[in-house]
Design a binder for this molecule. Structure first.
Ligand SMILES: *Cc1c(COP(=O)(O)O)cnc(C)c1O
Length: 683
């Protein structure tokens, strides 16, 4: 939020605890002290509190800004507005909020009911507080039940990490003060570790008496100084975090010399398809937080599953022991992956998943006595991760060339970048020509080749290169024919990315070993799995003394929290019919992407499901790339960030990879902003 208005959100431990009275008293008192005070009551269901406050506080703001959503029935907002056929639109509300902030020093926003009042699906009053960046004042009545209600409210606020200003007790009825009423403030302060800002006695005729009289009567019962007390402003906190980032952090794949000169964007929270920074600015997560997020951020099913798992077990080892989520997830993975796959080996990330596959394949042949089969083959422009094993089977020069002397030797198989087939060759014929060469090469080297590792259908990091139908099956055939273990790396393509659960399914390809990671936990936690068929597994069943065990394992292998997140992720696929609902969105994306060819520097648009690469070229006729130093991809992504969208390019290729849960409206935002950014940066 651009202005300096202090925003307080007044919420209650329950309905009818006196939020409006408290808002009224605080506002009037501050008006008396010379502050320009505003009020917002975003949702009102029954009653006339907003009009009352506007009148009594002599506010000139439009009543429709003070109260944009009004329902006649005194019900929970989501019900009240549904029954009036009214849709709650957050951006309308935020516009009113902005207008109100403009001329004020202080704005009080009054809730309706308590924190967990639903406003719409998966969005509660507490989410609104979070979105408004407000300090929270809790109002509680005194009496029996107050301790419980107050502590629950405080606990929930803390789970959301919201800044709690304090609690105000309000006697809303004239019943005699008993022990409970008298001890409530101290008890809540003690157990809730919260500041008591006030303890207001019962007030007669609030509605009809003069405001100034009420302020006088309550003056000594409300600690206005504590409310105004300058905690560190949000801006200062955000500035400090940026400084600390530059002081302490080393970022991956980042030239830190450049980073240190720039203003880092610090993400503080997220919701659905959006990432949110410390100041509350929202950014569409256009690359799913580096290709991992699936069902949106803070999905209630995954959140809840994790919360439950934390209360049971966070970690125990798989070395010599087992644990519940690891077992259940292994069974699920065997169920949802291609039929032949039977055994699950866990690790923590995509690179290790691939390394494990390679070690397994290598040792498999050693174990069964075919000692010469040691070679690993991969495509020349492949990407399988950044650990030395991953780098060994990758071929992206920029990332990997420097490590040449410390990685192991492999066989590189040429495969065309479909957009740049050599002169005189046409696509897709040329792709199959290359496969014939691969066949010949495998035939010649069958005695020494152990395994072939490949990203199926879409080669992600190479620039979203999409293969024609049939390539993957042909690769499988070649591997089978020459007894080469077929390792498929679905780290990027798995979990719905290409429109099917796994890219293999597009061609019914069946790997010997399958690697998954990125989307496995829905983008929540680092977890990977290397899944093998029975034959590979059996190649390790020997006597203990034979020393043919698979000697590999990471300390956090099969971590229960990660496995629980993955179980929830898979459950959501089923529960929300994610793949079915994805299909029209893929078609919509495809249709809208065509328009990008109007831009004269767009050379190629590649799409498979929700994996999109838009290749920018200096000259469309000659396909000549933009010069490397011009950093055109990075510049487009900088420009699009100013429009509230986060992207990360692959060189000159703009990558779009939104969460599968993105709405068509959000797809529009993503594409419109990207289009404009490409236009402005390439012209
Ligand atoms: C990202 C990626 C990896 C590496 O995964 P990390 O979790 O980053 O180690 C491996 N293979 C493919 C295809 C990938 O896209």
């Amino acid at each position: 939020m651009k202005n300096k208005t202090k925003v307080f959100f007044v919420t209650g431990t329950d309905t009818s605890v006196g939020k409006t009275v408290v808002t009224y008293l605080l506002s009037r008192r501050l008006q008396q002290e010379g502050f320009r005070v505003g009020i917002m009551k975003p949702f009102q269901c029954g009653g006339d509190d907003a009009a009352f406050l506007k009148k009594k506080l002599e506010l000139e703001d439009d009543i429709t800004d003070i109260n944009p959503y009004f329902a006649k029935e005194p019900l929970s907002p989501h019900l009240a507005f549904q029954r009036q056929n009214m849709k709650i639109n957050l951006s309308v509300l935020l516009d009113c909020f902005q207008r109100l902030c403009e001329e004020k020093d202080i704005l009080f926003v009054e809730g309706a009911g308590g924190l967990m009042v639903p406003l719409k699906k998966n969005y509660y009053m507490i989410d609104l507080i979070s979105d408004l960046n407000a300090h929270v004042i809790v109002v509680a009545r005194t009496g029996l039940g107050t301790i419980n209600h107050s502590l629950l409210t405080l606990q929930q606020l803390r789970q959301y990490a919201l800044p709690i200003k304090g609690i105000i007790f309000n006697r809303s009825s004239r019943v005699k003060q008993g022990v409970a009423e008298k001890t409530n403030p101290d008890e809540v302060a003690e157990h809730g570790q919260v500041t008591v800002l006030g303890n207001i006695p019962y007030l007669r005729n609030v509605r009809t008496r003069k405001a100034d009289d009420l302020v006088k009567e309550t003056r000594r019962h409300i600690d206005i100084e504590k409310i105004l007390e300058e905690s560190k402003t949000l801006k200062a906190i955000c500035r400090r975090r940026k400084r600390w980032d530059q002081e302490y952090l080393w970022h991956p794949f980042t030239q830190m010399q450049e980073w240190l000169m720039e203003d880092p964007l610090v993400i503080d929270r997220a919701q659905g398809s959006y990432l949110i920074d410390g100041m509350g600015r929202r950014y569409l997560d256009g690359v799913s937080s580096l290709w991992v997020n699936v069902h949106g951020h803070r999905h209630p099913v995954i959140d809840q599953m994790l919360q439950q798992q934390i209360k049971r077990l966070s970690h125990s080892t798989l070395l010599g022991l087992s644990n519940t989520p690891a077992i259940e997830l292994a069974r699920e993975l065997v169920r949802i992956t291609p039929v032949d796959l039977k055994k699950v080996f866990y690790s923590d990330n995509g690179s290790t998943a691939v390394e494990i596959a390679i070690k397994m394949a290598y040792q498999f042949w050693q174990n069964i006595g075919q000692k010469k089969k040691t070679g690993i083959a991969h495509l020349a422009n492949s990407y399988h991760g950044d650990t030395l094993g991953g780098v060994s089977v990758s071929g992206i020069d920029l990332f990997h060339k420097v490590y040449q002397k410390i990685i192991f030797k492999t066989f590189q198989v040429d495969f065309p970048d479909c957009y740049r087939a050599p002169k005189g060759k046409s696509y897709p014929d040329y792709a199959f020509e290359c496969l014939d060469q691969m066949d010949a090469f495998f035939k010649e080297n069958a005695r020494t080749l152990a395994a072939f590792v490949v990203e199926p259908i879409v080669q992600g990091a190479a620039g979203m290169i999409v293969w024609p139908q049939g390539v993957l099956t042909r690769m499988e055939e070649i591997c089978r024919k020459h007894h080469v273990i077929f390792i498929v790396d679905e780290v990027a393509t798995g979990f719905g990315r290409t429109g099917k659960m796994f890219a293999c399914e597009h061609e019914n390809a069946v790997p010997d070993i399958l690697c998954v990671a990125k989307g496995l936990t829905g983008g929540y936690l680092p977890l990977a799995a290397t899944i093998t068929n029975q034959k590979i597994f059996d190649g390790f069943l020997f006597d203990y003394k034979d020393r043919k065990t698979f000697f590999h394992g990471h300390t956090y292998t099969g971590n229960p929290l990660c496995c629980a997140a993955a179980l929830a992720n898979i459950a959501v696929f089923k529960k929300e019919k994610v793949l079915q609902r994805l299909q029209p969105k893929i078609a919509y994306l495809e249709k809208r992407l065509k328009k990008f060819l109007n831009l004269k520097h767009v050379g190629d648009i590649r799409q498979k499901g929700f994996m999109v690469g838009i290749e920018l070229v200096g000259n469309r006729q000659t396909k000549e790339p933009f010069p490397w130093e011009r950093k055109i991809g990075a510049r487009v992504c900088q420009a699009v960030r100013k429009k509230g969208v986060i992207l990360r390019p692959l060189g000159n290729v703009i990558v779009l990879m939104p969460p599968l849960s993105i709405s068509t409206q959000e797809i529009d935002q993503l594409l419109d902003s990207t289009y404009q950014a490409i236009q402005s940066e390439t012209e």
